[in-house]
Write a protein that binds this ligand. Structure first.
Ligand SMILES: C[S@@+](CC[C@H](N)C(=O)[O-])C[C@H]1O[C@@H](n2cnc3c(N)ncnc32)[C@H](O)[C@@H]1O
Length: 235
């Protein structure tokens, strides 16, 4: 991933941490961007996610642990890099998670925040944003937590509040291969809506799912542009 390699230019070999790693895909990208001799650990508070990530990437030398991002079991200044990718909007206590990530980062180390945003997107990308908004509503109704993704400037503001220097922002697009999965997600979302049958929100969300399918047929669907934020912890 070129944007990540650029953001980590000059990083020292050492340990890197990916918080909210799910299947470990961003952790693997981190491993590719780190110098030889580095070690990448992914953590997730969902044991099933950590297990799947192990199955996928453990043989490639990555480690995965079950852990809450708001209470990291690492000493201060352990990591050369800490990263959070498309997970900020899944965290009710994101300020606490960002503060923990800063604590375990070495002075001079790199802080990476990667997050999709919902404004300034073309018609096909707006279908992805709408899909994501419905997914977030369903997640909350089904006992999880996920908020609507932020606007670009809101992410910039959150990142600028961190005590970092050499701060840089890069907008980037995911590889096209990812987009096929998004179309299949429409069917998954329709099934998810059925799980709330009988709830007051059911009819409105069913309609929302149908409208997303219609917009997808008309415009296609393409992953939203993401914002890769990078900065170094002040020494
Ligand atoms: C959208 S997925 C992450 C995607 C992944 N980082 C990527 O870029 O491919 C969000 C993940 O965050 C995890 N998560 C949510 N809150 C968390 C917390 N407080 N601590 C650790 N993981 C958390 C969820 O279990 C889920 O696997």
């Amino acid at each position: 991933m070129v944007a990540l390699q650029e953001a980590l230019r000059g990083v020292r070999a050492g340990r890197a941490l990916d918080v909210g790693t799910r299947l470990g895909e961003f952790a693997f990208r981190l491993a590719e961007a780190m110098p030889a001799g580095s070690e990448v650990t992914g953590i997730d508070n969902d044991p099933a996610a950590a297990e799947k990530a192990r199955e996928k990437f453990q043989e490639r030398g990555l480690r995965f642990e079950v852990m809450d991002g708001g209470d990291l079991a690492f000493a201060d200044g352990t990591f050369e890099v800490v990263a959070l990718s498309n997970t900020l909007h899944h965290m009710e206590n994101y300020e606490q998670v960002l503060s923990e990530m800063l604590r375990v980062l070495k002075p001079g180390g790199y802080f990476i925040l990667n997050e999709m945003y919902r404004d300034n997107q073309d018609a096909a990308q707006q279908v992805h944003a709408a899909q994501h908004t419905l997914e977030a509503k369903l997640d909350c109704l089904l006992g999880g937590y996920q908020r609507q993704t932020w606007k670009r400037e809101e992410i910039v503001e959150i990142f600028r509040r961190l005590p970092l220097e050499d701060v840089r922002f890069t907008d980037f697009f995911e590889e096209a291969a990812y987009d096929a999965k998004l179309e299949a997600k429409n069917r998954k979302l329709a099934d998810e809506v059925e799980k709330i049958a009988g709830a007051p929100e059911y009819e409105a969300l069913k309609q929302e799912a149908l409208e997303i399918q219609a917009r997808c047929r008309e415009n296609g669907i393409r992953r939203c542009t993401q914002l890769l934020c990078a900065g170094r912890k002040k020494v």
